[in-house]
Design a protein around this ligand. Structure first.
Ligand code: GRF
Length: 217
């Protein structure tokens, strides 16, 4: 396990394998993580799912799977930091060791980053560093790239810019719209996210600058 990761100190099989998933919407990547844990492809459990949006479809997916699901709205806090600190408290209260952003439409600030150093993952529907931010699939089609894909990365203070864990490419077809490309990428997202989470949990990697490098055996 990386000396830069806070997962080192955890007793095997306990805290680091307790995931907290943050969502804002339909939660299809959350579902992929749920399915992977149920099918034994991901050796972890989902301790809690938190949405900043009350009617996010992913909350129902979590409840249907018997996972605690709650809304912590981003509204009504004095500052972004206060909201992030509240999220960190909810996650820590459930002994979460690794946080997975799965369509969580909020920037992550210092209180959450400091609470989970190198232990927050995000999934993004492009081959970063191309097309960070929102609407990545539409921007890829409009730019005319011939290949796009998915990136799972560690979260740092910069938007969609942390060390890359897993990338998978998909072709961009001449006939593609933003919607058809998004659907093709999404299939790959659902494979890539459980794989990336498992890789992080298994350890045997280090950060060299911004490069996540597997240890040689
Ligand atoms: C996905 O495309 C993900 O890459 C992006 O937001 C979308 C969330 O979709 N960050 P879902 O809620 O997981 O279905």
């Amino acid at each position: 396990m990386s000396p830069e990761s806070n997962l080192d100190a955890d007793p095997p099989g306990h805290r680091k394998r307790r995931l907290g998933v943050l969502i804002s919407g339909r939660g299809s990547n959350l579902q992929a993580l749920i399915d992977a844990t149920c099918e034994g492809r991901l050796d972890a459990s989902i301790a809690v799912v938190i949405s900043n949006v009350e009617d996010a479809g992913g909350l129902e997916r979590a409840r249907a799977a018997g996972i605690e699901a709650l809304c912590v709205s981003h509204r009504g806090w004095g500052s972004r930091d206060e909201y992030d600190a509240a999220l960190a408290r909810e996650l820590k209260a459930r002994d979460v060791g690794l946080v997975c952003l799965a369509g969580f439409m909020r920037r992550i600030g210092a209180p959450l980053l400091d609470a989970f150093p190198n232990a927050i993952l995000n999934i993004h529907p492009s081959l970063l560093p191309a097309f960070p931010g929102t609407d990545a699939q539409r921007l890829a089609v409009e730019y005319g790239v011939k290949v796009s894909g998915v990136t799972v990365h560690l979260v740092n203070a910069d938007l969609d810019a942390g060390p890359i864990i897993v990338q998978r490419s998909v072709p961009v077809l001449d006939t593609d719209t933003a919607e058809t490309l998004a659907a093709r990428i999404l299939l790959e997202e659902h494979r890539a996210y459980p794989e990336a989470v498992q890789l992080v949990l298994d350890g045997g990697w280090n950060l060299e600058g911004r490069r996540l490098v597997r240890n040689r055996v």
